[in-house]
Design a protein around this ligand. Structure first.
Ligand SMILES: Nc1nc2c(ncn2[C@@H]2O[C@H](COP(=O)(O)OP(=O)(O)O)[C@@H](O)[C@H]2O)c(=O)[nH]1
Ligand SMILES: [Mg+2]
Length: 255
C-alpha cells in the first residue's frame, strides 16, 4: 500500500499542548554537535534548562576533539545538568556527529540543534509540542510565515535560499536544509542516514518515515561567539547529497 503523503503546514505553537495532553513521560534527547564551542555551550545550557523544565530530557554533546576544550566544558556542565558527552577523536563532520549522537541518545524524541545559539533554545518546547500532538517530524523553519534570518551576511543568505529552493524540489519542506528539528525516534527505525556534510536535516526530512511534517517558524540569528565551520567543501557535499537523494527518489527508495 502506498504511504500517506507527508502533510506539511505551518504551525502555531499555541495550538498544540492546550488541546492534546501528554500521555506518558517520554524522554527528549537534544543532540548538539560541537567543534570549538567552549564559549557557546554554557550559554546554550543556561537557556535550554529553563525551557525544558517541564520535561524529561537529556543533552547529548557530540564533540570531535575540539582543541578549545569543548568536551571538558560539557563534562563540567554534566555535574549540574543532564548533559552527556560523546567524545570522538577528530573532526568527522556535522552529519556524522549527529548520527553518532542519535545512536547514543536514550530519548523517544530526538531534537537536533547547533551549539552556537543560532537555534533559540526557547523554541525547542514548541517543536516538542508538535511531536506531542502526533506529528513525526517538526522542522524549525526560517522560510515560513513568522520565521526569519537575522544578522547573516548576504552571501550566506543567498547560499541558504538557493540550497532550500533546490532541496524543496525533492522534499515538501521550505526550510529544507534546516539543522534545527525534532523527530520521533520510531520514524528513523531501520532508516539509513547518509553521514555526508552538514545537512543532516535534509537527510532526515528526505528519509524519515514521517507521515506528517510540520514547519515551526523561528528566527535564526548569526553566532556571536566562535567561528562558522561552513565553507565551500560543505556546499559541494550538499550538491552531492541532493544528487543521491534525487537518485533514490527516482528509483523508488524514498517514500
Ligand atoms: N562534532 C562536530 N560538530 C561540528 C562539526 N562541524 C560543525 N559542527 C557543529 O555544528 C554546528 C553548526 O556549525 P556552524 O559552524 O555553526 O555552521 P553554520 O551555522 O552553518 O555557520 C555547531 O554546533 C558546530 O560546532 C564537526 O565536524 N563535528
Ligand atoms: Mg552556526
Amino acid at each position: 500500500m502506498p504511504r500517506t503523503r507527508a502533510t506539511v503546514c505551518r504551525w502555531r505553537a499555541s495550538n498544540a499542548t492546550r488541546t492534546i495532553p501528554r500521555l506518558s513521560a517520554l524522554v527528549d534527547s537534544v543532540i548538539v554537535p560541537t567543534y570549538n564551542e567552549a564559549a557557546s555551550l554554557p550559554l546554550l545550557v543556561e537557556r535550554l534548562a529553563p525551557a525544558m523544565r517541564d520535561r524529561e530530557w537529556e543533552l547529548v554533546v557530540v564533540d570531535d576533539g575540539s582543541p578549545d576544550g569543548t568536551a571538558d566544558v560539557a563534562e563540567k556542565l554534566g555535574a549540574t545538568h543532564p548533559v552527556r558527552v560523546l567524545r570522538r577523536a577528530g573532526k568527522a563532520g556535522l552529519a556524522s556527529a549527529v548520527i553518532a549522537g542519535m545512536k547514543e541518545a536514550r530519548g523517544d524524541v530526538l531534537v537536533v540543534m547547533d551549539a552556537d545559539l543560532s537555534h533559540p533554545p526557547e523554541i525547542v518546547p514548541d517543536l516538542l509540542a508538535v511531536i506531542d500532538a502526533g506529528v513525526d517530524l517538526a522542522v524549525g523553519s526560517r522560510y515560513v510565515s513568522g520565521g526569519a534570518t537575522m544578522d547573516w551576511p548576504l552571501r550566506r543568505r543567498i547560499v541558504s535560499r538557493v540550497a532550500c529552493i533546490l532541496g524543496n524540489t525533492l522534499v515538501p519542506v521550505r526550510d529544507a536544509t534546516s539543522g534545527f528539528f525534532a523527530v520521533r525516534r520510531s520514524a528513523l527505525d531501520g532508516v539509513r542516514l547518509n553521514a555526508i556534510g552538514f545537512k543532516i536535516g535534509f537527510e532526515v526530512i528526505a528519509r524519515a518515515r514521517a507521515h506528517r511534517i510540520v514547519e515551526v517558524p523561528y528566527t535564526f540569528r548569526d553566532r556571536e561567539l566562535g567561528a562558522s565551520k561552513f565553507g565551500r567543501r560543505e556546499i559541494g557535499q550538499y550538491l552531492l547529497q541532493l544528487g543521491i537523494v534525487a537518485r533514490d527518489k527516482v528509483t523508488g527508495r524514498l517514500r
